[in-house]
Design a protein around this ligand. Structure first.
Ligand SMILES: CC(=O)SCCNC(=O)CCNC(=O)[C@H](O)C(C)(C)COP(=O)(O)OP(=O)(O)OC[C@H]1O[C@@H](n2cnc3c(N)ncnc32)[C@H](O)[C@@H]1OP(=O)(O)O
Ligand SMILES: CC(C)C(=O)C(=O)O
Length: 502
């Protein structure tokens, strides 16, 4: 496996879009395709052109986008599907037919012989029209093994360029996957690709074992999206292949987080924070013992062979219930706050008290605690002092917000419209800083603390300045607009303090 070259085939735009509830616009698909090109993916399955005129046009626009990667379209073993791929100008046609008994019987209602004939005719038609061809035996892993080899041999004979072994319903375990690919590789000479589903959470493990056994191409999606429980995740597969096995891919791993976030935003499928490689917590440390170790040497509690820099992530020391003094001292010092041992112990103890009430500690909390303990608590040096916030919203007017504030003693007013009252109010807050507003909203979360319509809205904000420094702040208020505005003002004040204190 060391130095083995593995081709990355991304199917975010085809199987990924089959995620229940996900529907991407052509413009979003094109943007994702450009991002996958920047990421260094070798081949993308841009869609299933026969499925709609819109999909055909979208695949065609990706084929003509001047990307370095190869564009592939999906087709059943039907002439009309293959023609739709030709009309989309793809270089690679991926044709598939069910081979397992259950799917032969209940989907296409064909005999073993008929399936082989349809597969061979489809491959020949694609090759006769001068395109590259990949053939998938759908539900391969539940297909009679001897029959599966017979199908693959027939399409290889017909001129197919790549065969794909899909674990369509995700029933393989890694050892079985290894044996199956070994057996196929012993009989087939063209490249072998695998497409693993994640029904039992084994898609990445099965893909890795397939590569160990002889596959040279993996089908993956960004954030592991796809039918049911999804497909093998690109980031996890690529990082395991390269960092653990020492295999080679063309992926520029430093764009993994950026790509994951784009797909998260466009699909609306949010990643759990503990998602490997790209999740918010992938390089976050809260426990005192871990944080102390990581602050000394990151390899103590991180894999080392995969760093945040390698995947475009950031290491974070998070304060909370499990914090120790090393982490608090480092967080204070990075904000230019120096404390003695006694003060530090007091700050740690107050942080734990807040966290024990179930609160997530933000930088603003730390700053407030430190200011109180060090006797510097004062709002005098705040950049923005909020005076008034008013919003108008409804079904016959554009949501509009007016914000009045003192900016270092000077009264300033800003008015803005937005897609909703929160958007309008946050835009107005940012506008009161005029030219000095160089902050980027990096994170914005709203949670309802209690159950009913009168619930407290808890807004958590991450704000980043031009130098990449991020501060976090929050506010809770029964009024969702006020909670959002207060959290943003808290974050802006804190970032300003950090900039001026350093
Ligand atoms: C495992 C996978 O991910 S496979 C890809 C699955 N993706 C999708 O289905 C998304 C896009 N699909 C679609 O837009 C539609 O299903 C279409 C346009 C492809 C077909 O639509 P319809 O003609 O309305 O058929 P419908 O979807 O209800 O049924 C599927 C038909 O395809 C047939 N079929 C399924 N797979 C294949 C195949 N590989 N080769 C030939 N025929 C096939 C089925 O037997 C069924 O045919 P029937 O109408 O004669 O019974
Ligand atoms: C079309 C094939 C490769 C597929 O998506 C599957 O079998 O899961």
């Amino acid at each position: 496996m060391r130095n083995k070259k593995v081709t990355v085939f991304d199917t975010t735009l085809r199987d990924g879009e089959q995620t229940p509830g996900v529907s991407l616009t052509s413009a979003q698909k094109l943007e994702i395709a450009r991002q996958l090109d920047k990421l260094g993916v070798d081949i993308i399955e841009a869609g299933f052109p026969i499925s709609s005129e819109g999909d055909k046009e979208s695949v065609k626009s990706i084929s003509h986008a001047g990307l370095d990667l190869e564009v592939c379209g999906l087709a059943r073993v039907l002439k009309k599907d293959i023609d739709a791929c030709f009309d989309s100008d793809v270089g690679l046609v991926h044709t598939f037919v069910p081979t397992s008994e259950v799917q032969r019987t209940y989907t296409i209602r064909k005999s073993q012989e008929e399936v082989i004939q349809m597969a061979v005719e489809a491959v020949q038609y694609i090759k006769d029209n001068g395109r590259r061809c990949m053939f998938s035996a759908m539900d391969a892993t539940r297909t009679e093994p001897e029959y599966l080899i017979e199908v693959f041999k027939a399409v290889q004979e017909a001129g197919c360029d790549i065969i794909n072994v899909p674990d369509t319903v995700g029933v393989m375990v890694p050892s079985a996957m290894y044996r199956q690919i070994k057996d196929i590789a012993a009989e087939i000479t063209i490249p072998i690709d695998v497409h693993c589903h994640n029904d039992f959470g084994l898609a990445v493990a099965n893909s890795l074992m397939a590569v160990e056994a002889g596959a040279s191409q993996v089908q993956v999606t960004i954030n592991g999206i796809g039918e049911r429980a999804g497909n093998a995740d690109l980031s996890q597969t690529v990082m395991s292949l390269t960092s653990i096995y020492g295999a080679k891919t063309n992926i520029h791993t430093e764009y993994l987080v950026e790509t994951s976030k784009m797909v998260e935003n466009y699909t609306g499928i949010r990643l759990p924070p503990n998602t490997p490689v790209v999740g918010q917590n992938a390089f976050s440390h809260e426990s005192g013992i871990h944080s102390q170790g990581v602050l000394e040497k990151s390899d103590t509690f991180e894999p080392g062979i995969m760093t945040p820099e390698m995947v475009g992530h950031k290491r974070r020391i998070v304060l909370g219930k499990h914090t120790g003094k090393h982490a608090v001292k480092q967080s204070l010092e990075s904000a230019g706050i120096i404390s003695n041992d006694k003060q530090l112990d007091e700050i740690v103890s107050r942080i734990k008290d807040i966290a024990n009430k179930g609160k997530h500690i933000t930088d603003a909390d730390l700053y407030a605690v430190a200011s109180a303990v060090l006797g510097k608590a004062s709002s005098e040096d705040e950049l923005i002092k909020l005076k008034e916030v008013s919003v108008m919203t409804g079904n016959i007017l554009t949501p509009t917000a007016v914000v009045k504030a003192d900016i270092q003693g000077k009264e300033t007013i800003a008015a803005k419209t937005g897609v909703g009252p929160v958007d309008a109010a946050l835009k107005a807050v940012r506008d009161i800083l005029g030219e000095s507003n160089h902050f980027r909203l990096q994170e914005f979360r709203i949670d309802a603390i209690t159950g009913g319509a009168d619930a407290l809205a808890d807004v958590y904000i991450g704000l980043e300045n031009e130098k990449g420094r991020v501060v976090t702040a929050r506010s809770a208020n029964p009024d969702i607009v006020m909670a959002s505005v207060e959290a943003l003002v808290n974050a802006m004040n804190l970032l300003y303090k950090r900039e001026t204190e350093r």
